[in-house]
Write a protein of this length. Structure first.
Lengths: 151, 174
């Protein structure tokens, strides 16, 4: 039984290794860029996985593309440009800040501003409404000045 | 009454937005290549690997590029539709045999029939990447000016053929 289990374990271990191909990098910087990119680029086949997490054929091809571009000296920005030109903004997990994505980036802050405005105006409205009239203040003062024992 | 107006308004807005979201297909990623020049390629022909076909050879005519593979199950479903399109003799239908074994691809065409004017071989999927292909089948309509006019993702149905692709082709042909 123990032998069987360890065999099963070994089987899965080799599968886990098969997911990512190994590339040789000429510099640590290129390697770091490569891993940053494959973590930030989306695999379009299995849409909620990035390139590093997916073993789809397309993800393998795009990893190879990323590797080739980086090792021939392209910058990470050029790789991103290449991908966006072909697959659109959807390929990026961190969309670029441009006219068509302003709402996406600024929307939450806009929403926060609207909520703050509503909350503040409502609090102001209730606090002004609760201001006591002059007559009521005078009455209160008189009551306070009364001798508690004199009743 | 007015104190319900704001929450109700927000609720209606949310329902509207979420309802609209339900009608969208997250698998359909709009291609940034529409109205851009078709990416260049020069690939060996499936049946005659010694000869190459380039998109320059198609310049000046309206044509259709259909990405297919023998391993692609929905390509079988689509095959009848592509055959119907090719049978209309409106435009040349070029096949892009995507990441396939050529022997399997030729056998597939023999089994089901060959609707393509010619198929070209994209063995390692590089041309596929240039064209933004992320799922097979995909179908592109290219105008006489060499621009991509329309892209269909997934199998073309008779409905989308008759309602969108053929009208688009007729418009391009003038």
């Amino acid at each position: 039984m123990r032998l069987f289990l360890s065999l099963v374990f070994l089987l899965f271990m080799s599968m886990a290794q098969a997911v990512i191909e190994t590339y040789e990098f000429d510099s640590a910087q290129t390697e770091a860029d490569y891993y940053t990119l494959i973590n930030e680029l989306r695999c379009l086949v299995c849409q909620n996985q990035n390139l590093s997490g997916s073993n789809a054929e397309l993800a393998q091809d795009l990893r190879r593309q990323t590797y080739e571009m980086l090792t021939r000296g392209d910058s990470p920005e050029q790789v991103v440009e290449f991908m966006v030109a072909r697959y659109g903004d959807f390929v990026l997990y961190r969309p670029q800040f441009k006219a068509s994505t302003y709402l996406l980036w600024l929307g939450p802050f806009l929403l926060l501003a609207i909520v703050l405005y509503l909350v503040i105006s409502r609090v102001r409205a209730t606090s002004t409404a609760s201001v006591v009239s002059d007559d009521a203040m005078d009455e209160a003062k008189q009551l306070l000045q009364q001798d508690p024992d004199g009743q | 009454m007015s104190r319900f107006a704001l929450p109700l308004g927000i609720f209606v807005l949310m329902v509207g937005l979420l309802g609209y979201g339900l009608t969208l297909d997250p698998k359909k990623v709009p291609s940034p290549l529409i109205d851009k020049a078709a990416p260049e390629f020069s690939l060996p022909m499936l049946e005659v690997p010694a000869r190459q076909l380039s998109n320059k050879d198609m310049q000046g005519q309206v044509w259709v590029l259909n990405v297919w593979a023998s391993w692609c199950v929905s390509c079988r479903a689509e095959h009848a539709v592509i055959t119907e399109l090719a049978g209309k003799n409106l435009v040349a239908v070029i096949g892009l045999n995507y990441k396939d074994e050529s022997a399997d691809a030729i056998a597939w065409l023999e089994q089901f029939g060959n609707p393509y004017s010619v198929s070209v071989v994209d063995l390692d999927g590089r041309v596929g990447i240039d064209w933004g292909v992320y799922g097979v089948p995909e179908t592109f309509v290219i105008g006489a000016d060499g621009m991509i006019k329309y892209k269909h993702i997934g199998p073309v149905t008779f409905e989308s053929l008759n309602d969108i692709i053929i009208p688009t082709l007729k418009e391009l042909l003038g």
